[in-house]
Each structure stands twice: as C-alpha cells, then as structure tokens.
Design a binder for this molecule. Structure first.
Ligand code: NDP
Length: 325
C-alpha cells in the first residue's frame, strides 16, 4: 500500500514541485488540498500527475467549515489506512495591504489561511495518523519568521511575537487583525504581517512536539525551503519588487532557490529517514541542517539561527543589522 500524504496548496509553487517529487518516488499517494479544483486539474494535467496516485480535494482555508468538511472527506477516503504525512504548505502573503481583509469567520485572512486553519486541520488529521509507522507533520515556515537575516530583518516586516499575544487571547476576531493586537487603535495601525503567521506555525510545531510526540509517535517539524522568489506568492507585491527581488536574492544574498530545488528539499523532509526526527526546524546548508527551532520558545517567540538557503546570507549579514526596519 502507498503511504498517504496530505498537502495543502498543491496547485502552485512549492506544493506543486513537492507533489511532483513525491509522485516520482512511487511510494506515496498524495491528497492535494486545494481551493480551486479546476485549476488543480489543469496543473495536474500539465505536470503529468499520475491520477492513480494523486487525488485533489477541495478546501478553502479561509473557512473553518470548509476545513472541517475537508477533514471528514479525508477520513472517508482513507478508509482504514492511516495518514502518514500532513504538510501545511498553502499560504497567502499580502504585505502591501494597509487595511485588513476578513474571512467569513471574522479573522484577518492571512492569519486564518496560513495559521488558524492549519492548526484546525492538524488537530483534525492527527488522530488519523497514530497508526502510521512513520507519521510526520511538516509546517512550512519562513525565514521571514527570523529577524537576524536579511530576509527576515530587512525585506519584510519583522516577525515578532515576543510581546503579549493579547490579540490572540481576545480571539483575534474583527476588528483585531493581529495576534499581538497592535492594531487596537484602528485600521491605520494595521500592517499585514504574514510573517507572524509563519512564525506562529513554527512555534506550533515546537509545541506539538513537546506535548504530543511522545504519546502519539508523530514527528513534528518545520522547514524553511529557501527563498523561491519566482513563485506567485509575491503576486501582491509592487511590480518593481517582483522584478528586482529575485535578482537580489540570487546574486546579492545567494539565498535564492528555484521552485524545483525547494520542492526537492521539502520532499526530503517528508521522505528521508534522516528527517524523521521530531522537534526540528530544518534549514539548508548543502543538505538538511537541524535548526535551533526550540530556541524560539526560550527567546520568547523569535525563531533564531535559522540559516539561509545555500548558507549564503547568514554569513554575509550575520552582524549587519543596519537595514532593520
Ligand atoms: P504559491 O502562491 O505559489 O502557493 C500557495 C498555495 O496556497 C497555492 O496553491 C494557493 O492556491 C494556496 N492557497 C492560497 N489560499 C488558499 C486558501 N484560502 N485555501 C486553500 N489553498 C490556498 O506560494 P509558494 O509555493 O511560494 O508558497 C508555499 C509555502 O512556502 C508557503 O507556506 C510560503 O509561506 C512558503 N515559503 C515561500 C517562500 C518563497 O520564497 N516563495 C519562502 C519561504 C517560505 P491557488 O493555486 O489556488 O492560488
């Protein structure tokens, strides 16, 4: 029997590239959790996904009801087989919005799509994983959750959840857009911070490891796949950014990876027996390198020492805090 892998966002970018690598390996059946089945069908056709080993299922991560329905559909599909891998990959990134967009559930969109819905999905799928011999939950983090690299400290708003999570405590519902509740004074204060959602995912992975690894045997990890500056994730950025950012990442920081290479990295974390270790934040330096994700807790909510793709930027920018915003 094939191992069952659930991945969100297989219709584009990293999710698509990783699915290709998984299907090449022949030993997996991939359940692609996508918001647009028609788009997925076209992509699957173009990429030559084997329909015997790939099943697309609809989910809109901007709706909790949709996530619950998806979870039920997965349960029905698997029958008595366990789910072997859950990969929380889908995300939106809206850094130029100066007002929050809300979901049907009343949460800021990035917060719900990137983080809250993946939290709900993970709690729904985890009970289906306990019978697997090699169960892994992998969260896609980002270097944007890391303020000591040029990617985390300069280009993006800095992810920083070390202050009180009073927004989250109050339910993070309209009009509270952010987890730390900085926008209490109204929409003017709002800064779209998808990086906070990635940091929250990485912290959740550490928490799940601490609380559930021993009792369930499930391995929890997160990964920074490298900056894939060409994916549509940056579609909401201004045109000049889209034009120069890939060049900047490629030549100046050395932190750029192609979609396929990033997919190979995530595939390795899903597949490689070496990467079964729980509680790890994987970053890249020639091969998968154990990060220091646990320190995120100790440092009060900041992921530190994440390293960069190809080992490029950390060494160059290690002590350079000058472009911090
Ligand atoms: P893409 O925009 O190419 O892919 C994002 C995926 O998420 C798409 O398949 C998209 O669906 C899906 N998605 C968006 N909204 C929803 C929703 N409401 N419900 C269900 N699915 C949804 O981006 P990437 O491949 O670059 O990003 C993948 C992951 O990698 C993200 O977690 C991102 O944060 C992370 N990452 C990316 C980096 C980069 O440099 N690009 C760097 C570090 C991390 P659709 O195809 O319909 O649009």
């Amino acid at each position: 029997d094939k191992k069952l892998v659930v991945i969100t966002g297989t219709s584009s970018g990293l999710g698509k590239a990783t699915t290709k690598a998984l299907l090449n390996a022949k030993e997996y059946h991939v359940i692609g959790a996508v918001r647009d089945l028609e788009k997925m069908a076209v992509v699957a056709e173009l990429e030559g996904f084997d329909p015997e080993r790939f099943t697309a299922m609809q989910v809109d991560l901007a709706s909790f009801e949709s996530v619950k329905n998806f979870t039920k559909a997965v349960d029905k599909f698997r029958g008595d087989r366990p789910i072997d891998r859950l990969v929380c990959n889908a995300a939106v990134y809206q850094p130029t919005l100066d007002y929050p967009k809300w979901t049907v559930d009343g949460h800021e969109q990035q917060l719900q799509i990137n983080y809250l819905s993946h939290f709900l999905l993970t709690s729904g799928i985890m009970p289906m994983m306990t019978d697997s011999e090699d169960a892994r939950v992998v969260m896609i983090g980002s270097v944007t959750g890391n303020d000591n690299t040029v990617g985390g400290g300069g280009v993006y708003p800095i992810a920083d959840l070390k202050d009180d999570l009073d927004g989250l405590e109050l339910g993070c519902k309209k009009p509270i857009a952010m987890m730390d509740g900085y926008n209490f004074n109204g929409a003017k204060m709002y800064k779209a911070r998808s990086s906070d959602t990635k940091l929250a995912l990485m912290m959740t992975s550490n928490m799940l490891h601490e609380r559930f690894h021993r009792s369930t045997g499930i391995s929890f990890s997160s990964i920074y796949p490298g900056c894939i500056a060409e994916t549509p994730l940056f579609r909401e950025k201004r045109p000049w950014f889209r034009k120069y950012f890939p060049i900047f990442m490629k030549y100046i920081t050395g932190g750029y990876v192609g979609e396929e290479e990033a997919g190979t990295r995530l595939f390795q974390v899903i597949h490689d027996p070496k990467c079964v270790k729980s509680g790890v934040y994987w970053s890249w330096n020639g091969g998968p390198r154990e990060g220091r994700g646990l320190e995120a807790m100790e440092k009060g909510g900041q992921i530190v020492g994440a390293g960069g793709a190809g080992g490029g930027w950390e060494s160059i920018y290690e002590n350079d805090q000058s472009d911090k915003v």
